[in-house]
Design a protein around this ligand. Structure first.
Ligand code: GLN
Length: 453
């Protein structure tokens, strides 16, 4: 009993769950038991999972970890979570994340930061689990659920997976429905799973993905047998190494990890070739125009009338202002202001339109590499291992934005990307390797990812 109590205390101290749903969990588990007893088990029957608080869950408060949505209980279920329940999964609760998924460390959450279960050797400094899907990564890595849903707009599935030694895949834009997921930047957002293994990742995505008439950007394509791709190997595949990702100041241990990954794939029968993605250096600045622009538009709906928080004022405009001033955190306000600015008359051409053009160039870079017969691209997931809570970005937000340097290009191009645990840094912290695939070819990522994990 004492050990159990200690374990529960340790689990709570990670602040991974912002809402536990024991009643739902019990009812779903009992139903799963009955199905198993009848020999009617579905693919994920009875498997306990956590749901990022960005997903709307019917009858369960869904806040995107923002004060402005506290008290909002949807009367509908997101397509992705509904798909998981139809496959038999059991919901344990809602997981912490950065407010509206804006962040790389889970420190912008209105519920306080989620904490990584990992520590540097000989150092008790609490570390970030990454973000924005920090609660999902912390929970899976600490074994507080078997798998979790997450979302990725610029790296929010892959970076936390890399920081916590877990597997995270951002599928091709359109593979999963965005219906019922709180929108951040609609042209970049995608849902995906965080799991312990590549096989679990394939099984989870299999259940989450698929066409949905309620999201017009959701692809009308059948979902392949992802699990069958695991174990297929990489014999005869061509893996590209983009020379532009060798950024100045990259730590030697990241360079070594990247080389080890190439060696493992080569030994397994892949051909390693150097490739060029010449517009890489523009991806981050362009992302930080496109994402805030779309966010400022998406977040206009939080006005104190339709959802969650309302702070009364002397008239309706005053009420809007007071509600948004009280409801949004600092990072969200910063993004709304940047977004509004770059979309303003007179600035639209200089910023937003140019960023969209850069986006096209980035997409073409990848198309050219794939046209040369490359099947997937290997890069590090992040430029460093996890950092301490409060250690980064408090003075200069750009310091935090730089974390996304290897992941945002993939969202800008709409491609699938997976992060797989690749090794450890000198302090014993996990490091991730990223594989980027052709559009709608997640199968190659599962096949190659399994060689690396
Ligand atoms: N860290 C990036 C940002 O803050 C990406 C976030 C995400 O993918 N949701 O925008």
């Amino acid at each position: 009993a004492k050990a159990h109590q200690q374990a529960m205390g340790a689990a709570k101290s990670l602040n991974a769950y912002v809402r536990e749903t024991p009643d739902q969990a019990l009812a779903m588990a009992v139903a799963a038991d009955e199905r198993i007893a009848r020999g009617e088990a579905r693919p994920l029957e009875g498997l306990p999972i956590g749901v990022k608080d960005l997903f709307c869950t019917e009858g369960v408060e869904s806040t995107a970890c923002s004060n402005i949505l506290k008290g909002f209980t949807p009367r509908y279920e997101s397509t992705v979570s509904a798909n998981l329940w139809h496959a038999g999964a059991v919901m344990l609760g809602k997981l912490n994340c950065d407010e509206f998924a804006m962040g790389s460390s889970n420190e912008t959450s209105a519920f306080g930061p989620a904490v990584s279960p990992w520590r540097r050797a000989g150092d008790e400094t609490p570390l970030v689990p990454g973000g924005s899907s920090g609660g999902s990564a912390a929970a899976v890595s600490a074994r507080l659920c078997l798998a979790a849903t997450a979302t990725d707009t610029g790296g929010s599935i892959r970076q936390p997976a890399a920081f916590t030694g877990t597997v995270g895949i951002k599928p091709t834009y359109g593979r999963c429905s965005r219906w019922g997921i709180v929108a951040f930047a609609s042209s970049l957002d995608q849902a995906g799973p965080i799991t312990r293994t590549v096989r679990d990742s394939a099984m989870m995505l299999q259940a989450m993905a698929g066409p949905d008439a309620r999201d017009t950007t959701c692809a009308d394509l059948p979902v392949p047998d992802f699990e069958a791709a695991v174990g297929r190997g990489v014999k005869g595949l061509k893996i590209g190494i983009p020379k532009e990702y060798r950024v100045p100041g990259m730590p030697a241990e990241i360079e070594r990890l990247w080389e080890a990954g190439q060696a493992w794939l080569r030994e397994a029968g892949a051909e390693i070739v150097e490739v060029s993605l010449p517009h890489t250096q523009y991806a981050l600045p362009a992302y930080y125009i496109v994402a805030p622009a779309e966010a400022s538009s998406n977040l206009a709906r939080y006005d104190g009338v339709r959802y969650g928080l309302r702070v009364e004022g002397k008239d309706i405009l005053d009420m809007y202002e007071r509600t948004r001033a009280a409801g949004f955190g600092r990072e969200v306000k910063r993004r709304v202001m940047i977004g509004t600015y770059v979309l303003s008359a007179g600035y639209y051409d200089a910023y937003y339109l140019r960023a969209q053009k850069i986006r096209t160039l980035i997409k073409r870079d990848f198309e050219n590499v794939y046209a040369d017969g490359v099947d997937a691209i290997l890069t590090p997931t992040t430029p460093s291992a996890a950092f301490g809570i409060g250690e980064k970005g408090s003075g200069d937000p750009v310091e935090m934005y730089l974390n996304d340097i290897f992941t945002v290009t993939v969202n800008m191009a709409g491609l699938p990307g997976i992060s797989v645990p690749g090794g450890f840094d000198a302090k014993g912290l996990p490091l991730g390797l990223q594989l980027i695939g052709r559009p709608f070819d997640e199968e190659t990522l599962f096949a190659a990812g399994q060689i690396i994990e």
